[in-house]
Ligand binder design. Sequence first.
Ligand SMILES: Nc1ncnc2c1ncn2[C@@H]1O[C@H](COP(=O)(O)OP(=O)(O)OP(=O)(O)O)[C@@H](O)[C@H]1O
Length: 261
Amino acid sequence: MTALRLREVQAGYAGKPVVRGVSLDVPVGGWLAIIGPNGAGKSTLLKAIAGIADFDGDIVLHDKPAAELSHRDRAREVGYSPQNPAMPDGLTVTDYVLLGRTPHLGRLARESSRDLSIVDEVLHRLDLGDLAGRPLRTLSGGERQRAVLARVLTQQTRLLLLDEPTTGLDIGHAQALLERLDRLRREDGSTVVTTLHDLTFAAQYADQLLLLDGGEVVAAGTPAEVLTAERLARHYDATAEVLSSGQGHPVITPVRPFHKK
Ligand SMILES: Nc1ncnc2c1ncn2[C@@H]1O[C@H](COP(=O)(O)OP(=O)(O)OP(=O)(O)O)[C@@H](O)[C@H]1O
């Protein structure tokens, strides 16, 4: 089954397209990383899938056309975390993570004991149990990122859209967060779509890459197919070596001297 199908998707703001001509399929349990230089349109494409940027073309979420879903139904299909999520300082971790249950709450909008136990389970799963009562303002950057992931997981959607989930994390914490996501897709069959600036991480974890530049798809395929030194030079203006790991997960190393185009 396909978790996400895009056909000739154009996305943008106030009727002005920023991304054009995107067609792809992400199978259930797959991981797509959207990559590309700053301003390429990665976040815009993710927002269109999440339902918060305008789009034309077809976006199909688990066989349901996104255009036909209500806001609430879409929020039950897709969990989305933006690059810079609003995190009200005074909220505790538990209250913030509980917001993920909003699309599931009944008409009175009161959380049930089931909602609270889902929050507990997710906090525990992400090693946030000890921080549950802490105000968000007291968390480190890495702890905040974990709280953001916890809020999305509490939404209990089969498709996770995460915009730069490793921003601000050191290499070990970034790796730990990506490993958690990888475990989720293996254990729960979740499908993951992330934007990622770290191309080595993208190549290690995603099984499909979509390279955007100037709002156009310039390459799509496996990490080994997409990541070439020539493309990094052309689309990122980067001087880098692409080392084959032999297992389809290339490693990207910036090298000197730098050759500016
Ligand atoms: N709300 C908005 N209204 C109008 N234009 C926008 C809006 N958000 C983004 N843009 C424009 O759309 C283009 C693509 O932005 P987007 O954030 O999708 O790129 P990106 O690839 O995610 O970039 P980065 O890697 O820097 O986060 C940019 O030119 C940006 O200025």
